[in-house]
Design a protein around this ligand. Structure first.
Ligand code: FES
Length: 104
């Protein structure tokens, strides 16, 4: 089953920005790419750096740790070793807030 969880006021996330939120104990990165919100697990599966400390380049996030490049759409990384993909989540904007769809 899936449910929508309210995460952030859209005003907190201007275009080109990203931020990590604690969503019921999961760290989820929200990124605003040209007005579209993407959500993905926030901790790099290499050595768990918080991806919000990295750089947002289009729909990709470059990890501040060792420069793995994460794709916000697929949750997959380009890196010199294989990294476990990160979970991505559907987002919906409702009443001025970004909601993330979580499954139980
Ligand atoms: S922690 Fe992200 S690339 Fe190493």
């Amino acid at each position: 089953m899936t449910r929508l969880v309210k995460v952030a006021d859209v005003k907190e996330l201007p275009q080109g920005s990203m931020k990590t939120y604690d969503v019921e104990g999961r760290y989820i990165l929200l990124a605003n790419v040209e007005g579209v919100f993407y959500a993905m697990d926030a901790l790099c599966s290499h050595e768990e750096w918080d991806l919000s400390e990295g750089v947002l380049e289009g729909k990709k996030v470059v990890c501040a740790g060792h420069a793995a490049v994460w794709d916000l759409e697929t949750g997959e990384a380009e890196f010199d070793e294989e990294l476990k993909p990160l979970e991505t989540y559907k987002t919906i904007v409702k009443d001025g807030f970004v909601h993330v769809e979580l499954s139980d």
